[in-house]
Design a protein around this ligand. Structure first.
Ligand code: RIB
Ligand code: CA
Length: 327
């Protein structure tokens, strides 16, 4: 099967970085461009982290376009308390050799599908600010992509950043609402935190396995997620840290991993009392569905893809940052 042509929008924290490894080094993805946005960390840091992650995967040729520095209306509330000040577990990674592109992310999100109509899959791993801004300039944007997969929301369950909301939607609920209003179920699929917390939890045994693989990508993926592992244990009570962006990326790369999904009408709460809550309307009188929601994923299949990908030796360019062996 030919590799899937991809555009990836990211706020490169430690889980985004693992998703970028999957897209760049699994053989299933053909990344044409990466766009960055403020979210986990300020956009300049997220851009730096995207460049580092692509270098670790041996793909420093992939263009990275910086995007919006803040949500559409609200000020930026980062998740540095979760991912570390640098978004990568504060592991002191050296600067990337490559610089970002001069073109803005929004222009890239508009131009790539115009130049390659119906060919590109868009995967979003961050607050939806860039995507919403692009939609305001081109309301038909989603028709120009082959498909749009979003790591977004928390269907029928508590959130991770608040009792009612998942971070990507909470950080910019107005942007998420614009995306939901432009979505159709044949074009837009959301993979929420409800999936990650069930089917993408890295147990202590998984973490030990990752650490023992010992390749540059495996060492990188293990080390940068140490900070989030502590936060998840202390705040969510999960049996290990979960990988929301990697499981969303795995679904985009191989939809055969989906074991349960539904079509539903989704709106987003933008009032402060339930900021970012997914409002799934299942009433008999509900409007027609506007998106496909993935509800469960083959956990073993996802983890096999993850371990196989990071176990592969990659042609590490001389400029790539070296990750010291974990003590
Ligand atoms: O809620 C999880 C999402 O928020 C992930 O994309 C993670 O990287 C953070 O951005
Ligand atoms: Ca993210």
């Amino acid at each position: 099967m030919p590799a899937l042509p991809l555009i990836i929008d990211t706020d490169t924290g430690s889980d985004d970085a693992v998703a970028l490894l999957l897209a760049a080094a699994s053989g299933l993805g053909d990344i044409r461009a990466v766009t960055t946005v403020a979210g986990n960390v300020p956009v300049a840091i997220g851009t730096r982290n995207a460049l580092i992650s692509l270098e670790i995967a041996g793909r420093s040729d992939i263009p990275v376009h910086p995007g919006c520095e803040r949500p559409m209306i609200r000020t930026l509330s980062s998740a540095q308390h979760v991912h570390g000040e640098d978004g990568m577990g504060d592991t002191g990674l050296p600067d990337p050799a490559k610089a970002p592109e001069p073109g803005h992310a929004i222009d890239a999100l508009l131009s790539y599908p115009r130049d390659h109509p119906g060919e590109l899959t868009l995967v979003t791993l961050a607050p939806l600010t860039n995507i919403a801004a692009a939609l305001l300039r081109d309301p038909a944007l989603f028709t120009r992509y082959r498909h749009v997969y979003c790591m977004a929301g928390a269907a029928d369950t508590r959130g991770n950043i608040s009792p009612t909301a998942e971070f990507n939607v909470w950080a910019d609920p107005e942007a998420a609402r614009i995306v939901a209003q432009a979505a159709t179920p044949d074009k837009v699929t959301w993979i929420g935190w409800d999936v990650s917390r069930k089917d993408a939890v890295m147990t202590p045994a998984d973490q030990q396995r990752l650490q023992q693989i010992g390749t540059p990508m495996a060492r990188f993926a293990h080390r940068i997620n140490r900070t989030v592992a502590d936060w998840v244990r202390d705040v969510t009570g999960l049996a290990g840290y979960d990988l929301p962006d990697p499981i969303a990326m795995a679904v985009a790369l191989n939809p055969g991993l989906i074991t349960e999904q539904e079509e539903a009408h989704v709106d987003i709460a933008v009032g402060d009392e339930a900021r970012g809550q997914m409002l799934i309307d299942r009433r008999v009188v509900a409007p027609a569905p506007n998106m496909t929601l993935v509800r469960r994923v083959d956990e073993a299949g996802f983890k096999k893809l993850l371990f196989d990908t990071v176990a592969a030796p990659v042609p590490v360019p001389a400029s790539a940052p070296t990750i010291p062996a974990t003590p």
